[in-house]
Design a binder for this molecule. Structure first.
Ligand SMILES: NC(=O)c1ccc[n+]([C@@H]2O[C@H](COP(=O)([O-])OP(=O)(O)OC[C@H]3O[C@@H](n4cnc5c(N)ncnc54)[C@H](OP(=O)(O)O)[C@@H]3O)[C@@H](O)[C@H]2O)c1
Length: 103
């Protein structure tokens, strides 16, 4: 859900596509990822939103809709650069049982 950034929940493209299926922009975003085989872990503190986020299995985005949403890609991660050598080194440096590193 992009941590709620970029106005994702009111995004005009996602909202417009959602209208065709009777779904919210959030549901369209989640469905787009799920339909591509991406594991989704949306976070919400609101029960109604949790239910909304789970209610994405009764519709299928068309191929055209999938393509239009893909074109919204920013071209970079908002969190870390997964292709950077420093990131790989940092991630591979984590040891599950290394207490010193965790503290
Ligand atoms: N982002 C990271 O770097 C990162 C890294 C490791 C793990 N995680 C985990 O990944 C999970 C996803 O969390 P995230 O923090 O990245 O955020 P996210 O799921 O991308 O977005 C969460 C935000 O979206 C809002 N929201 C969720 N569903 C909504 C809906 N249907 N309509 C409107 N607003 C909605 C939430 O508000 P409300 O709570 O007010 O509903 C919250 O402000 C979490 O379990 C997190 O611990 C995240």
């Amino acid at each position: 859900m992009a941590e709620g950034k970029h106005g994702i929940f009111t995004h005009p493209v996602l909202t417009e596509i959602g209208k065709k299926y009777g779904k919210s922009a959030a549901q369209v975003a989640l469905r787009w990822n799920a339909q591509r085989g991406v594991v989704i872990i949306p976070k919400s503190t609101h029960r109604e939103r949790m239910e909304e986020n789970m209610n994405i299995w009764d519709f299928v985005l068309s191929g055209d809709d999938m393509t239009v949403i893909s074109a919204l890609d920013l071209g970079h991660s908002e969190i870390i650069d997964h292709s950077a050598a420093e990131t790989a080194k940092w991630l591979n440096g984590w040891k599950i049982h290394d207490e010193k590193q965790r503290n």
